[in-house]
Design a binder for this molecule. Structure first.
Ligand code: IMP
Ligand code: MG
Length: 174
């Protein structure tokens, strides 16, 4: 793992911010039992840590999407590889995303999930890349805004590698 050039967000910074997000979500959803929808694969690490600092009777489901096209750029054409197991009607749904780059993946996902009539639908994204998204995404919870570099670690991959790094970093040699 020493091919990583530098740490962008350390393990401590990640965990501190995630505890803050957990407190915010706990307060906002008081008295309710939100359904966390994790977007595989990238969100699995973030979701596991975030869920354990939310003090509510949350439930979990997962969706896997793949975008057609090149490895490091989103094409905007999204394919559902694994759909949810649970119904969303009447549920308070909180989508957990690893990173929003162009926002095309999330835009597609939100339209798809809203069509299933949840009581509410919000998004919690660990990372948002600066300046590239449309405004209509309405990201309620954001961990960190980062420069538009390609990052890996803490769930994020490059060709399936680096997901297990406990921090977010910028790799060399891509
Ligand atoms: P978007 O559709 O451009 O917002 O891209 C979103 C998806 O592309 C994310 O859910 C990631 O799977 C992937 N992605 C975007 N930027 C990065 C990155 O810097 N590192 C790893 N994956 C990324
Ligand atoms: Mg990916």
């Amino acid at each position: 793992m020493d091919e990583l050039a530098r740490v962008l967000i350390s393990e401590d910074e990640l965990q501190t911010r995630i505890r803050e997000l957990g407190r915010e979500i706990t307060a906002d959803y008081e008295g309710r039992a939100p359904l966390l929808v994790g977007v595989l694969k990238g969100a699995f690490v973030f979701m596991a840590d975030l869920a354990r600092v939310i003090d509510l009777p949350i439930e979990f489901d997962f969706m896997a999407v793949a975008s057609y096209g090149a490895a490091t750029k989103s094409s905007g054409v999204v394919r559902i590889v694994k759909d949810l197991d649970l119904a969303l009607a009447g549920r308070d749904v909180l989508v957990i995303e690893d990173i929003v780059d162009s926002g095309l993946t999330l835009g597609y996902l939100k339209r798809n999930l809203l069509a299933r009539n949840p009581a509410s639908l919000e998004v919690c994204a660990l990372l948002v890349k600066q300046g590239l998204q449309r405004d209509d995404l309405q990201l309620k919870y954001v961990g960190f805004t980062i420069p538009p570099d390609f990052v890996v670690g803490y769930g994020l991959d490059h060709v399936e590698k680096f997901r297990n790094l406990p921090y977010v970093g910028i790799p060399n040699n891509l």
